[in-house]
Design a protein around this ligand. Structure first.
Ligand SMILES: [Zn+2]
Length: 148
């Protein structure tokens, strides 16, 4: 199944979509308003970026319930669990170009991110600010992180 693209309007189904959840019969629906609010804030951030860069953004994974987070080996403190992070792949530019463009956006001060992590050169993990603020990192193994 194709990964969902970030759309102008918040579409919850896009933010809870997970092939792993479907394959493993995991109920990855949002159960509380705090998570939903976090996802809407995340959506606003991602849509803003897409507009600024004039690209589409495909989401590999945004929200993960505890069961799904465990299944994919996410750390317990993962911001995906709170609906505050999405793993994104740009359409029409490379992951490296996308990561660099996000650094420039942060530097220009137009948008504040939480953590932005280029993961294995395959996707960029983007979270909303609080508690983190404009932390840019790369990882090649998902275990060791280098600040840039
Ligand atoms: Zn992530």
């Amino acid at each position: 199944m194709a990964e969902p693209l970030v759309q102008e309007d918040y579409v919850e189904a896009d933010f809870i979509h997970s092939d792993t959840a479907i394959a493993n019969h995991i109920d990855n629906t949002v159960k509380d308003d705090t998570t939903r609010t976090n996802l809407q804030t995340l959506h606003t951030l991602l849509w803003t970026i897409a507009q600024m860069l004039n690209i589409q953004i495909s989401m590999d994974c945004a929200f993960r319930c505890t069961e799904l987070n465990n299944k994919v080996g996410g750390v317990p403190s993962s911001e995906h669990r709170l609906g505050k992070a999405a793993d994104c792949v740009p359409v029409g530019m490379t992951v490296t170009e996308f990561f660099e463009a996000l650094q420039q956006i942060a530097k220009d001060g137009n948008v504040v991110f939480g953590q932005v992590i280029s993961e294995k050169g395959r996707w960029v993990h983007i979270s909303t600010t609080n508690p983190h603020k404009n932390e840019f990192m790369t990882t090649t193994d998902g275990k060791h992180y280098t600040h840039v």
